[in-house]
Design a protein around this ligand. Sequence first.
Ligand SMILES: [Zn+2]
Length: 140
Amino acid sequence: MGIDAIVRSLNRDEVPTFGRSRGWQVSYIRHILRGRSVIGEFQAHANDADGKRVAVGEPLVGYFPKIIPEDLYWRAQAAIDKRTIEGSGRKGKTYSSLFSRVANCGCGSGMHYSDRGSKGSAWLACDAADRKVGGCAAPA
Ligand SMILES: [Zn+2]
């Protein structure tokens, strides 16, 4: 299952988030899937002079209990890499940074430019509707 599908599934089933976020986000699911803490590693981070988060020191192997086998972790990384290269099943999905976080949907969520429709059609899509959270009926 791809990251978009995981996000929709969690939000559709109203699985609670860890924090106070309004539904699960693609960036957070990617962070969990990419992170090596699921195979027990801890990597310390700190902010550099520019305020950017950077790794500090070597990862500590065996710091957390492994919650998935290592081969599954690497299969997931390969699958994510493959989808990133080939594009997900939703061809032509592009977000214009021009509209990102500028337009707001009536439901209060941000909107993004979407042109994944057929024949070059494009529209402003609701982020919440896209992630299947909050019951927004705007086009995703
Ligand atoms: Zn909306």
